[in-house]
Design a protein around this ligand. Structure first.
Ligand code: NAD
Length: 392
């Protein structure tokens, strides 16, 4: 089948298996060229098929020779419909890990459910015994609560006041003003139920009760803080409320895990193009400017560079893990550098549809977006037939 990108709003409904495999290989090759990571043996990554979770899995496996269990929710191919990008990424990861002689197991299903947690526990118990790192990297628009059956949908809205600001349609390059309305109380609660820390806590409880957490286990979940510019939409918005909950979960997990010499961390990561961030208004324009400025200053990083640095220089840096005054690990310090942010702020004032291509990396955002689905890679022959039905 000849596979072409089919874009619907913020997503691409097709994915290219060969392109996705190239993306995974590129990250593996990058990690293999870095000094190896120490102290990581067996890792569970929840949300392991795309973005930061996939990069965490690759960094642990190919950087530290760690065995990995990856949990994700992806769509296999059905008849002439391609699988999702995360499916193809995971097929490629599994193949590369096995070829290199590393243990890897992928579990596809709803991480919020009790069944998938139990299936994961069984895999760890049977194959690895324990895990010494649990990465929680879910980004989901909805959650069904496993105990009550209640269904929650997250929203990207402000809290309190509406916010009007600039945004860009990355596909057309049109810069416009967007107004984001404040969420209702229920919408805030629902977003916290989906993207807050309750499920992370449930995972740690289940793993602990099953005795599959190693002595000294570490767990880390991800947040985004960002500059003043994105704060009304992100940090001070509904997603920010969910991240406050995630942070308070980290504190309480940390207190619990310390009893077994373990630790729980939040890591504030930089803004990158992923399926999740591409859907956030205002942030898409911000990232287009950010990439340009960080590249100009030679400090640009993608998911894999960030996750390698997180493991090497933070979580496994030794007895002292550097954190900010709120106890968060920071790997967003290059993004938030004063010289980077002041350039973005001045460009933000003047950016329009007419000068967008010149002052921002919108074309890079567009290319990175397509790349997430395995498209636009020079090494791939898109005119050739590709087999969409790849078993995991
Ligand atoms: P992503 O969309 O690339 O990945 C999400 C992962 O979650 C995928 O593996 C997907 O399969 C999995 N998933 C979603 N719903 C699931 C379910 N019900 N069951 C099992 N798996 C499910 O997201 P991302 O951008 O890498 O975000 C991961 C984390 O990093 C989030 O907490 C996000 O807030 C944070 N973060 C992202 C950015 C950014 O710029 N993208 C910046 C800082 C922090």
């Amino acid at each position: 089948m000849i596979i072409k990108p089919r874009i619907r709003g913020f997503i691409c409904t097709t994915a290219h298996p060969v392109g996705c495999a190239h993306n995974v290989q590129e990250q593996i090759d990058w990690v293999r060229n870095q000094p190896s990571l120490k102290g990581i043996r067996n890792v569970l990554v929840v949300g392991a098929s795309t973005g930061y979770g996939l990069a965490s899995r690759i960094a642990a496996c190919f950087g530290a020779a760690a065995g990995t269990v990856g949990v994700f929710f992806e769509r296999p191919a059905v008849r002439n419909r391609t699988a999702s990008a995360g499916w193809y990424n995971s097929v490629a990861f599994e193949r590369a890990a096995k070829d290199a002689g590393y243990y890897s197991k992928s579990i596809n299903g709803d991480a919020f459910s009790d069944e998938i947690k139990e299936e994961t526990v069984s895999a760890i118990r049977e194959d690895l015994g324990t895990v010494d790192l649990v990465v929680y990297s879910l980004a989901s628009p909805r959650r069904t609560h496993p105990r009550t059956g209640a269904q929650y949908t997250s929203v990207l809205k402000t809290v309190g006041e509406p916010y009007t600001g600039k945004t860009v349609d990355i596909h057309t390059g049109v810069v416009s003003e967007v107004t984001i309305e404040p969420a209702t109380g229920d919408e805030i609660d629902n977003t916290v139920a989906v993207m807050g820390g309750e499920d992370w806590d449930m995972w740690i409880q289940v793993l602990e009760a099953a005795g599959v957490l190693a002595e000294g286990v570490r767990t880390v979940a991800y947040t985004y803080i960002g500059p003043e510019l994105t704060r009304p939409v992100y940090g001070d918005g509904t997603i920010g409320k969910a991240k406050i909950h995630l942070e308070s979960t980290a504190r309480h997990l940390d207190a619990r895990l310390r009893k077994r010499n373990g630790r729980a961390y939040i890591s504030a990561n930089k803004a990158v193009v992923t399926q999740s961030s591409a859907a956030v208004p205002v942030v898409s324009l911000y990232i287009s400017l950010l990439y340009k400025i960080m590249k100009e200053k030679n400090v640009h990083e993608g998911c894999i560079e960030q996750m390698y640095r997180l493991l090497k220089d933070r979580v496994y840096a030794g007895t002292h893990v550097p954190t900010d005054e709120s106890g968060r690990i920071r790997i967003d310090e290059l993004e938030l550098r004063e010289d980077v942010q002041s350039r973005i702020e001045s460009l933000w004032q003047s950016v329009t549809t007419e000068n967008l291509e010149a002052v921002s990396d919108v074309q890079v955002f567009r290319a990175e977006f397509l790349k997430l689905f395995g498209f636009g890679l020079p090494a791939v022959d898109y005119a050739a037939h590709a087999d969409p039905g790849q078993p995991l």
